[in-house]
Design a protein around this ligand. Structure first.
Ligand code: TRP
Ligand code: SF4
Length: 541
C-alpha cells in the first residue's frame, strides 16, 4: 500500500523544478565552463556500476549513476548555491538528490542540517577528509551539523573489536576537530551510546521488512541480524537531525552509500501520517490516469462552462486516444463507473499511518468545502502547499515526526596513488591523515602519473592530467580553495610546460606541509576531547 503513495509536493521532482530559483545565479566560478578543474583520475574505462555499501565500490562511469540510479547532476544546482565549496566547483562533488532544498534554505537563511557517519575500521585518510570538509563547510554555512561514528556497523558488518573501534573513533574525531568542526555548534555521537537514536531505529524498523533489505542490499538467510540492525541504525542516523523538528537535511557521502539514502528517503515518506495528492473525482487514480483525466477535464471545461461529468471525460478520452494506452483504458473504465459524478479538481489528504484521533483532527482542520471518506479527505478550497503544511502540522501535534525527505550529495572516489582504487588495505595507495609527513612525501613521489614516457614527448604532447592521481591530489586537496592554482597546474600539464618530476616534488612538499600542519592541529585539539559528549571507552562498557 505504501509503495503506491504519491510523492508529496516537496518530494515531487516536478514541483521542485518549479521552485528552483530560476533567474538566480551565484557569482560562483562555474566549473562547467572550465573542464580544467575536472578530473577522472584515470578511473574511466571499466564496466558495470553497482553500488554496494559493504563491497568494493569503484565507479567506472559516473554518468551511469545518473541514468541507472536517478542521482542528479550536481552541476544543475551549482548555480543556486550562494558560495559553493571548491569540491563543488571542481566537480569532485558530482551528484545529488534533492540538494536544491538545501541550497534554498542556505539562501533564505532557513534552518537546515548536515550529517554524515564514519565507520571506524582504520585510520582516517585523505578520502575521509573530503567528507569532513563537506560537513565543516555546511556547518559554516549555518547548518546544524552532525558527525557520527558508525561503531555498531563496524562491529557487526566488519567484525572490528571494540578496542580497535575506540582507537579509530578517537582518531576520526580528532581529525574532524582539527579540520575545523565546531563541537559546540554541532553534535558528535557514537551509534552505540545514543539511546535516542536507537529508539528511532526501532521505530523505523517497524516500517522496513526483510524482503526490502534483501532487494536493496542482497541480504539473505545467512545475513546476521545485527548487520540488519546496523541498517536501521543508519536510517535513524539520517533522520536524527529532524527529531527536534523537520528540516532539510543533507547527507554528504560516497555514491556507495546511495542505497542507504534511497531507503532513508523512502522510510521518511512512509513514516508520514498523511500523504497529499491531487484528484479530480472520488475514485483513486494512478498518476498517469490522473494526468489524462486532468487533460480531458481542461479541454472539456472550456466547452461546457465547467460542468464536466466523469462519463463526458471517458468519452473524450475514447475519442481523442491520448497515450499511454493502458492508463487511458483504465482511466476510461474508472470514469465510466463514476458516471454522472462531476469532475472537480481537489487536493486529497490520505491517511497513511495516522491513528483515529489524528485523522479526525486533520478532517477538522481542513478549511472550506471538503468531503470525507474512509481513509482520505478531499479539500476543494485548498492548494497543495497549504495541504502539505496542514498535514505536517497535524502530524506533529499528534506525536508524529513529520519528516522531510533527506537530501544527499555524492563525491567522486579518489584514485589510488598506485593507480586503480584507493584502498585502506593498500597503504601505498592512500595517504592516512596520521601518516608521518615524510612518508606522505614519499608516497606522493612514488605515485603513478598521467605523464608521457619521456620528457620530450611530454613537452610535445602534454601530460594527461585527467588521468593523473597526482593532479587529483591538487584538485581534491592540495590546491585548497585556490582555483587559480589548480587551473595553472592543469594548464601547464596538458600544455607540456610541466614535467612530472617537478610536479610531484611540488605536490609531495605540499602534502608534507599539510600533514605536518594537520597533525599539529590534532595535538592542539586533543585536550578538547575530554570536554566532548562522546566517549572512547566502549571496550570497557
Ligand atoms: N555506512 C557508512 C559507511 O560505511 C557509515 C554511516 C553510518 C553513515 N551512518 C551513516 C554515513 C549516516 C552517512 C550517514 O561509511
Ligand atoms: Fe600528473 Fe603533474 Fe605529470 Fe601532469 S605533470 S601528468 S599533473 S604528475
Amino acid at each position: 500500500m505504501t509503495s503506491e503513495r504519491e510523492p508529496t509536493e516537496e518530494e515531487s521532482p516536478v514541483d521542485q523544478q518549479a521552485s528552483d530559483g530560476r533567474g538566480w545565479r551565484g557569482e560562483a566560478f562555474d566549473s562547467r565552463e572550465d573542464p580544467a578543474l575536472r578530473t577522472d583520475g584515470g578511473a574511466a574505462g571499466a564496466d558495470d556500476v553497482t553500488l554496494d555499501p559493504w563491497g568494493s565500490s569503484t565507479v567506472a562511469d559516473y554518468r551511469k549513476l545518473f541514468e541507472d540510479f536517478g542521482i542528479e547532476e550536481f552541476d544543475e544546482v551549482l548555480g543556486e548555491i550562494p558560495d559553493p565549496h571548491y569540491l563543488m566547483r571542481r566537480g569532485v562533488i558530482f551528484g545529488h538528490r534533492d540538494y536544491r532544498r538545501i541550497a534554498e534554505a542556505m539562501r533564505d537563511g532557513e534552518e537546515f542540517a548536515a550529517l554524515s557517519g564514519f565507520m571506524p575500521t582504520g585510520d582516517p585518510h585523505i578520502g575521509h577528509k573530503l567528507v569532513f570538509d563537506e560537513l565543516i563547510w555546511h556547518q559554516k554555512q549555518g547548518g546544524d551539523t552532525y558527525g557520527l561514528i558508525a561503531d555498531l556497523e563496524a562491529h557487526s558488518a566488519r567484525g572490528m573489536t571494540w578496542e580497535e573501534i575506540d582507537q579509530h573513533a578517537r582518531d576520526y574525531v580528532l581529525s574532524l576537530l582539527a579540520l575545523g568542526f565546531d563541537p559546540d555548534d554541532g553534535e558528535l555521537y557514537r551509534q552505540s551510546d545514543n539511546r535516542v537514536l536507537q529508539d528511532l531505529a526501532f521505530e523505523l524498523g517497524i516500517e522496513a521488512n526483510f524482503s526490502e533489505l534483501q532487494a536493496i542490499y542482497g541480504f539473505d538467510g545467512e545475513t546476521d541480524v545485527s548487520h540488519m540492525q546496523s541498517v536501521v541504525t543508519q536510517m535513524a542516523d539520517i533522520l536524527y537531525p529532524q527529531l527536534d523538528e523537520p528540516k532539510p537535511t543533507v547527507i554528504p557521502v560516497g555514491p556507495d552509500q546511495d542505497p542507504h539514502v534511497r531507503l532513508a528517503r523512502d522510510l521518511a515518506a512512509r513514516m508520514r501520517y498523511f500523504g497529499v495528492t491531487e484528484a479530480y473525482a472520488s475514485f483513486e487514480a494512478t498518476p498517469e490516469e490522473r494526468d489524462l483525466i486532468g487533460f480531458a477535464y481542461d479541454q472539456l471545461r472550456e466547452e461546457t462552462d465547467g460542468d464536466v461529468r466523469c462519463e463526458d471525460a471517458a468519452e473524450w478520452l475514447r475519442d481523442h486516444r491520448p497515450t499511454p494506452v493502458e492508463a487511458r483504458q483504465s482511466a476510461v473504465e474508472k470514469l465510466e463507473a463514476a458516471g454522472k459524478e462531476p469532475l472537480r479538481p481537489r487536493v486529497r489528504l490520505l491517511d497513511q499511518r495516522a491513528d483515529e484521533d489524528a485523522f479526525e483532527a486533520l478532517i477538522e482542520a481542513v478549511g472550506g468545502e471538503k468531503r470525507v471518506y474512509d481513509a482520505h479527505v478531499d479539500a476543494f478550497e485548498m492548494d497543495r502547499t497549504e495541504a502539505e503544511e496542514l498535514a505536517r502540522e497535524v502530524e506533529l501535534d499528534h506525536g508524529g515526526y513529520g519528516f522531510q525527505m533527506p537530501s544527499s550529495i555524492y563525491h567522486r572516489f579518489m584514485t589510488g596513488l598506485t593507480g586503480g582504487k584507493m584502498s585502506s588495505s593498500i597503504p601505498a595507495s592512500h595517504i592516512s591523515l596520521l601518516d608521518d609527513p615524510e612518508e606522505g612525501y614519499d608516497k606522493v613521489k612514488a605515485a603513478t602519473t598521467g605523464g608521457r614516457e619521456t620528457a620530450e614527448k611530454q613537452r610535445e604532447l602534454g601530460g594527461k592530467a585527467d588521468e593523473c592521481p597526482v593532479y587529483e591530489l591538487y584538485a581534491y586537496l592540495l590546491a585548497g580553495d585556490d582555483d587559480e592554482f589548480a587551473r595553472e597546474v592543469y594548464d601547464e600539464c596538458v600544455g607540456g610546460e610541466r614535467l612530472c618530476g617537478g610536479c610531484k616534488e611540488q605536490a609531495a612538499e605540499l602534502m608534507r606541509e599539510f600533514l605536518e600542519e594537520h597533525q599539529e592541529k590534532r595535538e592542539a585539539v586533543e585536550e578538547k576531547l575530554d570536554e566532548l559528549d562522546i566517549s572512547f571507552d566502549a571496550a570497557e562498557r
